[in-house]
Design a binder for this molecule. Structure first.
Ligand SMILES: Nc1nc2c(ncn2[C@@H]2O[C@H](COP(=O)(O)OP(=O)(O)OP(=O)(O)O)[C@@H](O)[C@H]2O)c(=O)[nH]1
Ligand SMILES: [Mg+2]
Length: 387
């Protein structure tokens, strides 16, 4: 496999010569993959690019991409990854800093995980064996830990321990699913987008402990407060998250169903129908509304078509809705008995939000549109089909 290490630089002349030579000996230790190095320089005034150019005469695996001007770390990595995948035919790309904060001798630890089938390999400072610089003052440590916690909660990824690390190895097929040309942030917060979307996209990921060193040469380019930018990126990632989007659509359809139910109850009453018939017809209209809208919108990837299938599924859908009705008519009165009629609206809210909504959502995903895959359930279905 061809692995391209991407290093963005802005005024890193003092680190670059030593970095290239160090990587040269590190790459030589990796036998089963072809290692390539790409510098992405933001047209550094200190002449970092010149150092790389000079070294390119010596090493055929060394490449350089010079940006017109400094456009931020996220933008530099995006350009570097695209160049690595399109021009250098990378199978994997590595995010790596120029300033020796990421240890060159730890690259091989990440590369080794390729052979175990991992597609997104995270160099983690916050798992046993990993660390952040002892030299860091309290505020820098605090910011890093808090930023990480915010990302972990915001992206709903409790299993990942380091979401803001800058040392990672990514399979090209995973990276290609991300719209690198339009990252939500051009600065440091881009990290949270790539991590969030790689994992949401189903990449097989793993964390490998790394020792994050203190910078010894050159100046820090980190922007003082990236918190607001990070929050923006988390928000944008989540509203583009297919799972959350689906749930929002499901909620919207449910609300529309309620409106249909409400309006037509009055319409049928107005037309002189009995109370029972008015409830029956308006409820059925709401069910039809929900079925149709969920089918063409919420679950459009699993759309049900064809007459027979539609009829069968619609009957199932009615059964599911009857189940929801049963839940309400059992737990509604129960709740009211507990807290009194005065709080019936609270009972209704609790029953709807914590019982009816989850019940419907699970039934839709599991049975009606079957977007959730459960190996056990599928096997059961298979064996039943055989009979
Ligand atoms: N091309 C390019 N590279 C950048 C830009 N901003 C930062 N870099 C490089 O990105 C890497 C990370 O930046 P650093 O300033 O080291 O950020 P940091 O590691 O979070 O902060 P320190 O701990 O203070 O070093 C370094 O190799 C920088 O030279 C940019 O706008 N364009
Ligand atoms: Mg640094």
């Amino acid at each position: 496999m061809r692995v391209v290490v991407v290093i963005p630089t802005y005024n890193e002349k003092e680190n670059t010569l030593r970095m290239i030579d160090t990587l040269s000996s590190e790459f030589a230790k990796i036998k089963n993959h072809e290692m390539v190095l790409l510098y992405v320089d933001a047209n550094s005034p200190d002449g970092t690019a010149e150092v790389v150019r000079e070294k390119m005469k010596e090493y055929s695996w060394l490449h350089l991409l010079v940006e017109e001007k400094k456009e931020g770390l996220g933008r530099a990595y995006a350009k570097g990854f695209m160049y690595a995948m399109d021009k250098l035919k990378a199978d994997y790309v590595v995010e790596f800093d120029a300033d020796f904060q990421h240890r060159p001798d730890e690259i091989k630890k990440l590369v080794a995980k390729i052979d175990e089938g991992y597609e997104y390999i995270i160099g983690s400072r916050y798992i046993p064996g990993g660390s952040i610089p002892k030299e860091w003052g309290f505020s820098r440590k605090f910011l890093s830990v808090i930023g990480n916690l915010v990302a972990r909660v915001g992206l709903l990824m409790p299993k990942v321990h380091d979401l803001t690390t800058g040392f990672k190895l990514t399979k090209s097929s995973v990276m290609k699913k991300i719209d690198l040309d339009h990252l939500y942030s051009n600065s440091f917060a881009y990290k949270v987008q790539i991590l969030g979307q790689a994992i949401q996209g189903g990449a097989k990921w793993v964390e490998v402990p790394i020792t994050f060193m203190a910078r010894t040469k050159g100046e820090s380019k980190i922007i003082k407060n990236e918190m607001v930018e990070t929050l923006k990126v988390i928000f944008l990632v989540q509203i583009h998250n297919p799972k959350i989007l689906r749930f929002i659509k499901f909620g919207t359809v449910g609300f529309l169903g309620f409106v249909v139910n409400f309006v037509f109850l009055r319409v049928f009453r107005g037309l002189g129908f009995s109370e029972t018939l008015s409830w029956l017809f308006s409820t059925e209209l709401a069910i039809i509304n929900n079925y149709a809208l969920n089918n063409i919108w919420t679950f459009k990837e699993a759309k049900i078509a064809g007459l027979t299938k539609t009829i069968v599924k619609f009957i199932q859908f009615n059964a599911t809705s009857a189940g929801a009705l049963a839940i309400q008519s059992i737990f509604g009165p129960l709740g009211v008995r507990l807290v009194g009629t005065r709080y019936d609206y609270l009972v209704l809210a609790v029953v709807v939000v914590f019982m009816v909504l989850p019940y419907n959502y699970v039934m839709y995903n599991l049975i009606i549109w079957r977007t959730w895959k459960f190996p056990l359930l599928d096997k059961l279905r298979e064996s039943q089909n055989k009979k």
